[in-house]
Design a binder for this molecule. Structure first.
Ligand code: HSE
Length: 428
């Protein structure tokens, strides 16, 4: 057998420990598959003394991840600390400069600095791989860069934040309001240290920006992702959407249009009977569409020890086997600098209005929609006992600009008691 592939791992949280466990339990299997042993030589983490439930005594310890990343006995630097800048970025840059391959799960760092890091790695002929950064255990980067390499990708969609899907699923199944489920999710440790990364759509937006780059050959442009979180989703909208045959998901969509690259991460309605509509709890789903293959649906765990470590090991195995691939599926210097589309593709919208129960109120609302050129597909006023009349509508396809014009007109009628709720219905 050839020389062992030697790993230096920085970050021994859930994912790092998962990698240590896989390397322990599958050492023979991995060595057979790669044709060489894979071993850890050195580790680094915030706290040396903490009991992590795995034996770390055989590995050299470094306090400084930059020192770990550049050790002579490390071939692959496995960065599992996280964080957009700081030690993660410094150690990744140092590893590449020292000629090491890098495997990382750090979506924030790559969403912000992926282009520069990829160019640095490719200039130095080292690998920079990040399967674990997008949708945890789902091998979506391999699917796009390898299995679908013969396709023009036409659209990428995904539910890629398990915490948000857990919150929305519980709100729907138990009728529990957002604030209460959010508190439960926090108590269970599901939320990132900054919860806005999850519920604000930022974490999922980072992942979408990375997939866009691979799918469309564009430079990573996280700033071009239109972001909207799930904080304002109410159980009322979830129930009403369900009643009309839809479920609400925090859905990312990326497509290259004549107007530029459209990247959105926002709550959307999807049909209950679609694969995305059937996704429950913390599971992730990525839907890839290519001109030759049609639609491919990938579903699996988006976080957690085993699934994320599985993705890290997929990258490590590629390096051990000598597979070589540019970071974003094509040389980074050839990635295009594409403008973000200023407007999203037309769509149908779900509207929920709370109207004064007075003669002519509905007439004024339909007039405002007509003035803006927005056509109604379905409408329902459901039963009520007080002076507030709840009205639901589904529009025909319209642009966001026309819809906003209609919403301004609706507010100006003076017959609404609350701000209208408008949620996009995605064609999936
Ligand atoms: N916080 C993320 C999620 C996990 O809930 O899916 C890793 O990105």
């Amino acid at each position: 057998m050839s020389n062992p592939l030697r790993l230096g791992i920085a970050g021994l949280g859930t994912v790092g420990v998962g990698v240590v466990r896989i390397l322990e339990s599958h050492a023979d299997l991995l060595a057979k598959r790669a044709g060489r042993p894979i071993e850890i030589t050195a580790i680094s983490a915030r706290s040396k003394g903490r009991d992590r439930g795995v034996d770390l005594s055989g590995f050299a310890w470094e306090d400084d991840p930059v020192v770990l990343a550049t050790r002579d006995d490390v071939d692959v630097y496995v960065e599992l600390m996280g964080g957009e800048d700081g030690p993660a970025k410094a150690s990744t840059e140092a590893a590449i400069a020292a000629g090491k391959h890098v495997v990382t799960a750090n979506k924030a760092m790559l969403a912000m600095h992926g282009q520069a890091l990829a160019e640095q790695a490719e200039a130095g002929k080292t690998a920079l791989k990040f399967e674990a950064a997008v949708a945890g255990g789902i091998p979506v980067i391999k699917a796009l860069t390898e299995g679908l390499a013969g396709n023009q990708i036409t659209r990428v969609m995904g539910v890629m934040n398990g915490t948000c899907n857990y919150i929305l699923t519980r709100m729907e199944n138990e009728g529990v309001p957002y604030d209460q489920v959010f508190a439960d999710a926090q108590a269970l440790g599901y939320l990132e240290a900054d919860p806005n990364l999850d519920v604000g759509g930022i974490d999922a937006g980072h992942k979408l920006a990375l997939l866009s780059s691979i799918a469309f050959g564009t430079k990573v442009n996280f700033a071009g992702v239109a972001l909207e979180g799930i904080q304002r989703i109410s159980t009322t909208d979830i129930e009403q959407a369900r009643d009309m045959g839809f479920r609400i998901k925090l859905l990312g969509v990326s497509q290259l249009t004549g107007r530029g690259l459209e990247q959105r991460m926002q709550p959307c309605l999807v049909p209950v009977n679609s694969p995305l509509g059937q996704l429950e709890n913390a599971t992730n789903m990525v839907v890839l569409e290519g001109d030759a293959v049609g639609q491919v649906v990938l579903r699996g765990a988006g976080a957690g020890e085993g699934p994320t470590a599985s993705a890290v090991m997929g990258d490590v195995m590629d390096i051990a086997r000598g597979f070589s691939m540019s970071t974003f599926g094509q040389p980074a210097t050839g990635l295009q600098d594409i403008q973000a589309a200023q407007a999203s593709a037309p769509a149908a919208f779900y509207l929920r209005l709370t109207l004064k129960d007075a003669p002519g109120a509905l007439h004024k609302i339909t007039g405002a929609l007509a003035n803006a050129g927005v056509s109604i597909d379905r409408m329902r006023q459901y039963s009520h006992q007080d002076a507030a009349a709840p009205v639901l509508m589904v529009t025909h396809k319209t642009t966001r600009a026309e819809l906003d014009h209609a919403l301004d007109g609706i507010m100006a009628t003076g017959v609404t008691l609350e701000s209208p709720v408008a949620i996009r219905i995605e064609d999936v």
